[in-house]
Design a protein around this ligand. Structure first.
Ligand SMILES: Cc1cc2nc3c(=O)[nH]c(=O)nc-3n(C[C@H](O)[C@H](O)[C@H](O)COP(=O)(O)OP(=O)(O)OC[C@H]3O[C@@H](n4cnc5c(N)ncnc54)[C@H](O)[C@@H]3O)c2cc1C
Length: 241
């Protein structure tokens, strides 16, 4: 993948995780939302977007040695950042999106939970925290059943895109975010050995990547008033109607 071509904006599916975090803190009447990203310089735009949505703080782990990390390396660095945050204040819940829209492995949340030795509740369509009981409950919608899972805090939850409608940052949020600093940590700050992450430490290799061949079965009908008839005829001809 050409990492230089990205625009650094927040992965759309991570907006659902930010929304869930903001809502839970609101419901609990306290707590803080810290947005964390691991990525090249323009990844800062991702956490800036989270700040605009209402996150309290942001962390950007930035180090040339992280380039070429696979999902496991990314999770290891994120875990080190979460542990570092936990040294200052307890981290009750780690929320992640359901997938990164470029790699789409849905692997990082589970790998991150394993690194942190936390229960992983993945692909949640709803998230509820019972602060008094110290638990988090999620719903997972499967093909033929809904699963209700509960785990003791601290835990990790990955939030599906069906969990909520992410808020759009308003003017006040955008202005407030300008004043919020983004903490930048290197691997050395986190005590992570550079040889264990990045291309050097990657345990998986992308062998090949090729653009999908263009579809050849497409039928384009110019509508000069009879496109509906043509479409119906095509459906009948192909036994689709
Ligand atoms: C600095 C850097 C450089 C990289 N360079 C390359 C490269 O050159 N070539 C290449 O093929 N791959 C590269 N990768 C790896 C690739 O981008 C990872 O696969 C990606 O970070 C995770 O994608 P995924 O599909 O595994 O995530 P998924 O498991 O699908 O993501 C699930 C969720 O995990 C969280 N998450 C995932 N990644 C991050 C992150 N970086 N920061 C914060 N949260 C995250 C998000 O909430 C996301 O919604 C690089 C990664 C990093 C961090």
């Amino acid at each position: 993948m050409d990492r230089e071509q990205g625009d650094g904006t927040l992965n759309e599916l991570d907006e659902n995780a930010v929304e869930a975090a903001l809502t839970l803190v609101q419901e609990a009447g306290g707590g803080e939302v810290v947005a964390v990203t691991v990525g090249p310089p323009d990844a800062v735009d991702a956490v800036r977007r989270a700040l605009q949505m209402g996150a309290d703080d942001a962390v950007h782990v930035l180090d040339d040695a992280i380039a070429g990390s696979d999902a496991l390396g990314t999770a290891a660095v994120l875990a080190a950042a979460v542990r570092r945050l936990g040294a200052d204040a307890p981290v009750d819940l780690v929320l992640a999106g359901m997938a990164a829209l470029d790699g789409l492995t849905s692997l990082v949340p589970a790998a991150l939970a394993a690194e942190l030795d936390l229960p992983a509740l993945t692909l949640a369509t709803s998230v509820e925290v019972d602060a008094a009981a110290g638990t988090v409950s999620v719903r997972r919608e499967l093909d033929h059943a809904d699963e209700m899972l509960r785990a003791a805090l601290p835990a990790l939850v990955s939030v599906s895109d069906r969990a909520n409608e992410p808020r759009y940052p308003n003017f006040a949020g955008i202005m407030a975010a300008r004043k919020k600093p983004v903490t930048v940590w290197t691997l050395a700050d986190l005590g992570v050995d550079a040889a264990t992450v990045g291309a050097a430490g990657a345990r998986t290799r992308v062998l090949a990547a090729a653009p999908r061949p263009p579809r050849t079965d497409r039928v384009l009908v110019q509508d000069s008033g009879d496109a509906g008839v043509a479409l119906a005829a095509w459906l009948v001809e192909n036994k689709l109607a």
